[in-house]
Structures are given as C-alpha cells and as structure tokens.
Design a protein around this ligand. Structure first.
Ligand code: CU
Length: 428
C-alpha cells in the first residue's frame, strides 16, 4: 500500500483525493467544509491536507509539532521533525477572508513557534520567539488566530533555522475570494527540501552545507507520486522552497507562465513564457500551463546534483566515483543491494565493450536503480517498464493523459482507497 506515502496518517489528516475525481464543473467543487465559497483544492502529492472544524465563523485547525519518521526512499527512512506525523507538515487550505485559528501543540523536545510566512497579520501572531511571543515550551499549547485578507501561496514554518532544516514547514494556501482567471482544472503543490544524512545515519545534519538527499514533498524520486492531468486541461503548479539552495525547476514538453509568487497573484501583463523557474529560498513560484501534449513529462530541479541523490550511505563501498569500477563489480553490488533493501533490480543501460578503457568512465552508468514494483501506485499505472530507473532526487513527473488513460488512473485510485471515498461530497 503506498497511498499518500505517509506513515500512519492521523485522523486529523484528511486524505486528498480530489485528484481522483474526474473533472466536473467548477461549481460542484468545495474545500474541506462549508467555506465561504467554492474553490478547487490544491493537491499536495505525498502529503495530506489538515482538516478543520468550525467554531462560529472561525476555521479551527489543530497542528502538532513533533518528530516524524519519514520514508524518503523505499530503502531510506530519516528521523525528521514535522507536524501531525507528516514531514513536510499537512497542507492548510483556506479562503481569502477566512478567520483562522490554529491551535498549536509542541511535542518537540525543545521550544518552538509557528511563523506564517507572507501573511499580513498582527505582530502578536507573527511567531518569532522573544520578539512577538514567548517560545512555546515542550508540552505547551499556543493559539494563533488571524483573518486572512490575502490570496496566494503561503507557508508555515518554525522560526528557528535548525528546526526548518529538520523539516518543519507546510503549505498555507489562501484561495482567492473570486476565481483566478483563467481557471485551472488541476492545482498541485510541491515543497522542495534537501537533507544531509551521513552514511549509516538517520538524523539530518542540519549544520551541513552539502546535501545528499533531495525531496519533493518529503520523498525522493522515483517515490514521488506522479502528478496527472487530463489532456487539454489547464494546470497550476505551486512550488515552494525552504532549504539552503535555490532550485531551478524545469518542466518538460510545455511552456508555462509564472502567475504568482509568495506574495500572491501576479498581473497578467507580467506573465511570459518559460519552462524553468528559479525558486529561491523562502520563495514560492506559481506557474500555469495548458497540458497540451500527452506523455509523462518530467518536473525536476535542474541542478545536476539535485537530479540524483548521493547514495553514499546506500552504496557503501561504491560511493560515487569515476574510477576503478567494472561492469561485473557494479552488477554484483547492485544485486546484493537489491537483496538487502529490498528492491527489484533491473539491469542498467548498455555500456560499450571498451567502456572501462575510456577515461572518466563510469558516469551515469550503474546509477540507475529500477524499482518499478516497489514504488508502484495507481498514478504509475501504464508507465513504461523500468521508468523508475530514470528518476532520482528532486524529480517528479506530470502525466498528461487522454480521457481513457486518465479515467483508468482515477478508477485505480478509487479501488485503492475505498474508505477514503466516503469523505467525498462531490457528485456529478
Ligand atoms: Cu535544486
């Protein structure tokens, strides 16, 4: 069972399967409850939404800061910190104009606070230890409450640098009172993070400046759940970065326009065609595009070292190297690795007969670790054999699918998560 890719979803987390529903008129869509209006919820692949309850007119969320074991690859689990058993934390979605209360509980071993990045709220709600509030001690609760007058892609995070690097961040999306124009059919969010986890370790080294694990929404490719869109639909993608590096995020096969930043919607006069957007630290970039061309199109950070993970803890005696490697040796290592982790081993791409005599060899040879079966989920249905060998690090894909294939994935998702369907009130 892969589902959302999270360990033990708590009941406070509401699974996101808007994605599993076929496209239908916008008027039929609603958020988590009786919001002030209808909006198309954003999907955060591999991360759940945070449900809320209503108290009078106030949307009340319960957020718990705590240590989280996060499986970032089929064979690698790290001990991060996050919220509500999730890292990154669950996605909060509200609507412009909402009054929001977040009851925060600190189950970390040290003091913390919650900062609402980009929101124009009173200073008492700003979440900076000692400046705007007393730090929230372990075991304590703290209540944040404010009115959201903005629209856009914001986020919450601990206002402590090392806690940020332990993973303490989550989306806070404020949907506009009135739909953006043009409307989109799919809305996806990706949080970019990087981790330094030394060999044989599980706890990120938050003082490191070099990172060996790169994740979208807390998982590395090919474990990232593919995005999917109906051919001909319009797609919004919100990309959020909180780490030590800036990430140029590239989309294959389509041009997009940047329609917003961490400050909200951008005027249409500023939109220009691109296919790579630099997402700086603490920034969000919102892009939109028409899903015109069928296929499985990569979305990835284009920094070469972020298109892979440095698997030094995994490969043991074969760390990344460019010498003293033979085909036979590499295959033996891959096979023993596949037995020990375990994943399914698919033979790597061919090499030349005289490869070992060529200076510089190997580079990408032997890097491919096919693991289709181990990362299989409804969203991977129908991908070509060994697709997973082409995906590493900060990488996912958007599958642009004609009706029949789109519907096949939707129905597989439904079959895979029958219990979650009960939460839906969308009927066509
Ligand atoms: Cu990057």
């Amino acid at each position: 069972m892969f589902g959302t890719g999270l360990f033990g979803l708590s009941k406070s987390l509401q699974a996101q399967d808007e994605q599993s529903m076929p496209l239908r008129p916008r008027e039929a869509r609603h958020g988590n409850g009786p919001a002030t209006g209808a909006f198309l919820p954003m999907i955060t692949p591999d991360v759940a939404d945070l449900a809320h309850e209503l108290d009078g007119g106030v949307k009340v969320f319960h957020l718990v800061g705590e240590p989280v074991k996060r499986k970032i690859a089929p064979f690698k689990t790290i001990e991060a910190w996050g919220y509500n058993e999730s890292c990154p934390g669950p996605t909060i979605q509200v609507q412009q104009g909402d009054r929001v209360r977040v009851v925060f509980e600190n189950r970390l071993p040290e003091s913390t606070s919650l900062h609402w990045h980009g929101l124009e709220i009173p200073i008492e709600q700003d979440g900076v230890p000692y400046i705007s509030q007393k730090p929230v001690a372990p075991g304590e609760k703290y209540v944040y409450e404010f009115t959201v007058h903005q629209e856009g892609t914001f986020f919450y995070h601990a206002h402590s640098a090392m806690q940020e690097m332990m993973g303490q961040i989550g989306f806070f999306v404020a949907h506009p009172e009135k739909d953006y124009k043009p409307r989109v059919d799919h809305d996806y969010g990706l949080i970019l993070q990087e981790w330094a986890v030394l060999p044989s370790n599980t706890v990120p080294n938050t003082a490191a400046m070099e990172f060996n694990w790169l994740t979208f929404n807390g998982v590395s490719a090919p474990m990232t759940t593919p995005l999917f869109a109906r051919l001909g639909s319009r797609v919004r993608l919100r990309i959020l970065n909180l780490g030590m590096d800036h990430h140029p995020v590239h989309l294959h096969g389509h041009q997009f326009v940047v329609t917003g930043t961490e400050g909200g919607r951008a005027p249409e006069s500023s939109w220009c065609p691109m296919n790579t957007v630099l997402v700086g630290v603490a920034q969000a970039r919102v892009v939109e595009f028409e899903a015109k061309y069928p296929g499985a199109w990569m979305i990835h950070c284009h920094l070469p070292h972020h298109m892979m993970n440095s698997m030094m803890d995994l490969l043991r005696d074969r760390q990344i190297q460019t010498a003293d490697q033979t085909d036979v040796k590499a295959l033996n290592q891959m096979e023993s690795l596949a037995r020990s982790v375990p994943f399914q081993h698919v033979h790597h791409a061919p090499i030349a007969q005289d490869a070992e005599g060529v200076p510089g060899f190997p580079q990408d040879a032997f890097m491919e670790m096919g693991m289709d079966e181990v990362v299989e989920k409804p969203e991977t249905y129908g991908l070509p054999k060994n697709w997973s060998a082409g995906m590493m690090g900060m990488m996912t894909m958007i599958r642009v699918l004609p009706d029949r294939e789109y519907d096949a994935i939707v129905s597989r998702k439904k079959m895979g998560s029958p219990s979650r369907q009960e939460e839906h009130h969308h009927e066509s």
